[in-house]
Write a protein that binds this ligand. Structure first.
Ligand code: BDR
Ligand code: CA
Length: 312
């Protein structure tokens, strides 16, 4: 099993990613850290616990992290994810399971105390940037770092050029790209946009396991699906974050190239991931930018993890 910390902002697609990861036997999830993004961090931490409860994994600790971006004011995505971050589905908090505090301390301590820990970040990079600022040397011990964020050939989703996670905290994102000692795996919109949870897949989930987890996924995605229809004319909803988990488990899901990447921190292009494809700067390449994805294989994997023992 590979040891991981999942950093997130649940969030509808984060919730599905958490459940998928918690059900994956390849992963040993040491903790889930939360920062503000889709919703304020406290709400996100409660939602992380709800997702864990649905797959009976409340043994995994949840840590509350940074509540505001490094420099910008917080802008959430409650228009997309609902006021409660789970599509206004109204699921109550889980009694008897509390989140812990100091996500940043948890990240640095864990990197120091455990061997071969990887981080999969599904949120603005505020917690990760703060953790590097706190203890840069701890990050010399990190195994791999995967981030869902950015957009290369693809359009942004917050502006023509910026993806949400990097747009919410561009200073954190840029800091992480400049200071992460290992190669960053950028799972951006180029690949995640292809991962669509369709009504057919939901129906299949119902047939494979009409259980609490299925009903939760159905209920939290209903609002998100409406949003996609109204905004983009898509049937179903794009689930970005589970792809980062899938790619961590199976590299054959995505492919791309290694480039120098930095993040624009202000102005009209704030949050843009600037990918130096032509090697204009001649700077050392810091990120593998994923541009191709096997979406069918990814959706099959998500289904298999969530509803094991399936035969199609
Ligand atoms: C990212 O932003 C959030 O809305 C999603 O949870 C995902 O992490 C996509 O841009
Ligand atoms: Ca997210």
């Amino acid at each position: 099993k590979r040891k991981v910390i999942i950093d997130c902002d649940p969030g509808i697609d984060d919730s599905i990613a958490i459940m998928m990861a918690a059900m994956s036997e390849e992963l040993d999830i040491l903790g889930i850290t939360v920062c503000s993004g889709n919703v304020p961090a406290v709400q996100g931490a409660k939602n992380a616990i709800k997702a864990l409860a649905k797959c009976k994994r409340t043994d995994i600790p949840v840590y509350l992290g940074e509540e505001i971006p490094l420099e910008r004011e917080l802008v959430t995505a409650q228009d997309t994810h609902g006021d409660d971050g789970i599509g206004d589905s109204g699921y109550p908090d889980i009694d008897g399971v509390e989140y812990r505090t100091d996500a940043v301390g948890f990240i640095t301590e864990t990197l120091r105390n455990e061997e071969n820990v990887s981080i999969i970040a599904l949120a603005p990079l505020t917690n990760i940037a703060k953790a590097i600022m706190k203890d840069r040397e701890a990050f010399d011990r990190i195994d791999e770092f995967i981030t869902m964020g950015g957009a290369f050939k693809s359009n942004g989703n917050c502006s023509p050029v910026a993806e949400f996670n990097y747009w919410v905290d561009p200073h954190a994102a840029d800091f992480v790209y400049k200071n992460m000692p290992v190669t960053i795996h950028m799972v951006g919109l180029d690949v995640t946009r292809e991962i669509v949870l369709t009504p057919n897949r939901l129906e299949l989930m119902k047939r494979l396991g009409n259980n609490e987890m299925y009903r939760y996924i159905r209920d939290i995605t209903a609002f998100y699906t409406e949003f996609h229809w109204n905004q983009e004319g898509i049937i179903g909803c794009v689930i970005n974050d589970p792809l980062a988990i899938g790619y961590f488990i199976d590299r054959s899901l995505c492919s791309g190239e290694k480039y120098f990447v930095e993040i624009e921190t202000d102005g009209k292009a704030m949050g843009m991931s600037i990918v130096d494809e032509a090697d204009f700067y001649k700077k050392s390449k810091n990120a593998i930018v994923l541009t191709d994805v096997d979406s069918r294989k990814t959706m099959d994997m998500i289904m298999n993890k969530l509803f094991p023992g399936r035969t199609e």
